[in-house]
Design a protein around this ligand. Structure first.
Ligand code: SF4
Ligand code: SF4
Length: 267
């Protein structure tokens, strides 16, 4: 899953997160309610296949950022590299959020040839995400850290912000408040599932707000975006979410993170 919605900067404008598989083998269950997702999704197609991925991309304009992330480690699907390759060839801006779990040495060597807008490496934290026992894993991680110039890293330590998604999906009481503003309502980045269904955003692990199906003949990316924008935030999930803030708070925090980034870059 994408781990911080603020990483999608205004310059991206629109995006879509690709869930390559239902049921993530990494199981960071403290913050990632995989059991709820599995139950709500049911027995429909678990893996996104290449023919469906091609059909789906044909309904998405090339100005939309394709983000391999969604509700699963992208490399849990062995066709992930083919999908990434295809998206680049079609001229999309592509980002990747990965633990590298399931990626082979060959996959990683090929990944190093692509220029991702964001390459976020989710590293083990010793508690929530376990260290994979696969011996290829360590050299793959080092290869990415050494060779991907714009790599960002994150782990699920105490600083990690989950937006309450695990509690909301598990129906554990969290404070509810009136919707004010969220960047992802005016600049949507919905989440695609392997059966073509599209959900509001990366917080919707409970599959509460379906906004289309990109394998259905009468649905395309524009209609999905229209549905989200027309809602003006009237999604129940938004009333529980910490990304629902005042416009002033949103731009204040965005400006602060931009300035922090600039000052780190100048050191
Ligand atoms: S790797 Fe990502 S999607 Fe998979 S369980 Fe961990 S946080 Fe969730
Ligand atoms: S406020 Fe709504 S759209 Fe925005 S991140 Fe939260 S759940 Fe998603």
């Amino acid at each position: 899953m994408r781990l911080n919605t603020s990483i999608l900067k205004p310059s991206s404008k629109y995006g879509i997160e690709i869930t390559t598989k239902i049921g993530c083998p990494v199981n960071c269950l403290k913050y990632c309610p995989q059991e709820v997702l599995l139950r709500k999704y049911g027995t429909d197609k678990r893996f996104l296949d290449l023919p469906d991925f091609y059909k789906i991309l044909s309904k998405i304009p090339t100005y939309v950022e394709i983000v391999f992330s969604g509700f699963c480690e992208p490399f849990a699907n062995s066709k992930c590299l083919d999908m990434i390759n295809f998206a680049f060839k079609r001229g999309y801006t592509v980002s990747l959020f990965t633990t590298l779990y399931g990626a082979t040495e060959t996959d990683v060597n090929q990944l190093l040839n692509f220029r991702f807008k964001t390459f976020c490496l989710h590293l083990p934290d010793g508690k929530v995400m376990a260290v994979p026992s696969n011996p290829e894993y360590q050299s793959n991680v080092l290869a990415v850290l050494r060779n991907v110039k714009n790599v960002k890293t994150m782990s699920m330590t105490r600083q990690f912000k989950s937006n309450n998604r695990e509690n909301v999906a598990r129906e554990i009481t969290v404070n509810q408040r009136k919707f004010e503003f969220c960047y992802l309502i005016s600049n949507p980045a919905p989440v695609l599932l392997p059966n073509g269904d599209v959900y509001l955003c990366c917080n919707d692990f409970g599959l509460n707000h379906k906004v289309g199906n990109l394998l259905a003949p009468d649905c395309n990316y524009a209609s999905v975006v229209e549905r989200i924008k027309d809602s003006k935030g009237r999604f129940k999930l938004c009333t529980f979410c910490s990304s629902n803030t005042s416009v002033i708070d949103h731009y204040y925090h965005s400006a602060r993170s931009m300035l922090n980034g600039l000052s780190k870059g100048s050191r």
